[in-house]
Design a protein around this ligand. Structure first.
Ligand code: PMV
Length: 317
């Protein structure tokens, strides 16, 4: 009997989170050091439709039929079946494992969804196009986020650095030089839905002020794209710090994020900011090779839960 698997990376938003929800551009990169993997195993002695789900990282051990309609795993399976026009699943066991911290801004939800869509469609003998996978994952992300921009599902589906504007075709960015990033987890869980809702409330209370912040972020992102393509890493770092200042103003930073960001800068980073929805979760620091190890060891010493390095390849070394 068949068994299939698929894995998807994590992601980091380099620039433009939150403002992207309001139509501004953002830049995101895949984080290949982290991943979510889904295995689908046929159960030859099970009855048709008998599907068990195991996702130990989120403490889920259930029959599919017992999950509520708005459960993101159930909705990923339902949406995949809808697109493939398959009413009943053969008996199988679906196992999901992930090294991506949950509720931390590194794309855990979208990575789980995308690995699940791909493993299940392969299992059903009908592999989907990336564009279909992306569209299904976007629908499912609405269960996690409420009003997602679509950047998470897009960067994780295509596994390439992207320049993204909501409801527009995305662009793959080709950096001139490699981009070395250190990513550190505050260990503080934060709900993207709540953070996005908080920004919306503050925006509704003062649309002019917040609209101004979002436009400023949009200009930083446009400059950042040029710096990445031209290989101006000094400039890129300073743009990250400018983006962080505005994220602070829109009240999505957190004292622990601020502390780790300052520490990374003092340790020689070219730039640093929170990444994702904020309120906890992860910060990222741009570094050259010479300062990387010092930044990592200082962040660890300061109590960061998980510190990883990742590299976005460039056209030149
Ligand atoms: O999923 P997170 O925590 O990385 O946040 C996504 C980024 C936001 O801009 C805050 C929301 C969105 O939908 O783009």
């Amino acid at each position: 009997m068949p068994s299939t698997s698929s894995h998807s990376p994590g992601k980091a938003i380099l620039f433009g989170e939150h403002a992207v929800v309001y139509g501004q551009p953002a830049i995101a990169v895949p984080v290949l050091q982290l991943n979510a993997t889904t295995y689908v195993l046929a159960n030859p002695i099970g009855k048709p439709g008998e599907v068990s789900i195991e996702a130990p990282d989120i403490g889920l051990f259930e029959m599919l039929s017992a999950l509520g309609k708005e459960n993101p795993i159930k909705s990923a399976i339902n949406e995949t079946q809808k697109v493939l026009k398959i009413d009943h699943l053969p008996a199988c066991k679906i196992s999901i494992v992930s090294t991506i911290p949950i509720a931390s801004g590194l794309g855990s939800g979208a990575a789980i969804t995308i690995s699940l869509i791909r493993a299940l469609s392969k299992f059903l003998g009908q592999e989907l196009l990336d564009s279909d996978v992306n569209a299904i994952a976007f629908e499912v992300d609405k269960y996690y986020h409420g009003n997602p921009s679509g950047i998470d599902n897009t960067v994780i589906t295509y596994e390439k650095p992207i320049y993204f504007i909501r409801e527009n075709p995305f662009e793959i960015i080709k950096p001139m030089f490699p981009i070395n990033l250190v990513i550190a987890d505050t260990g503080i869980k934060s709900s993207t839905r709540e953070m996005v809702n908080g920004v919306r409330q503050r925006w509704s209370a003062d649309e002019i002020k917040y609209g101004g912040f979002f436009t400023e972020i949009g200009s930083i992102v446009a400059e950042a794209k040029i710096s990445i393509e031209n290989g101006d890493l000094q400039k890129l770092g300073s743009l990250m710090c400018q983006n962080q200042e505005i994220l602070h103003k829109i009240e999505v930073s957190h004292p622990t994020l601020d502390r780790l960001i300052n520490l990374a800068m003092k340790s020689g980073a070219l730039g640093a900011k929170l990444s994702g929805a904020g309120g906890g979760g992860n910060m990222i620091a741009l570094t050259d090779k010479d300062h990387m190890e010092e930044i990592i060891s200082n962040l660890k010493e300061a109590g960061a839960r998980m510190v990883i390095k990742t590299r976005v390849e460039g056209r030149k070394r």
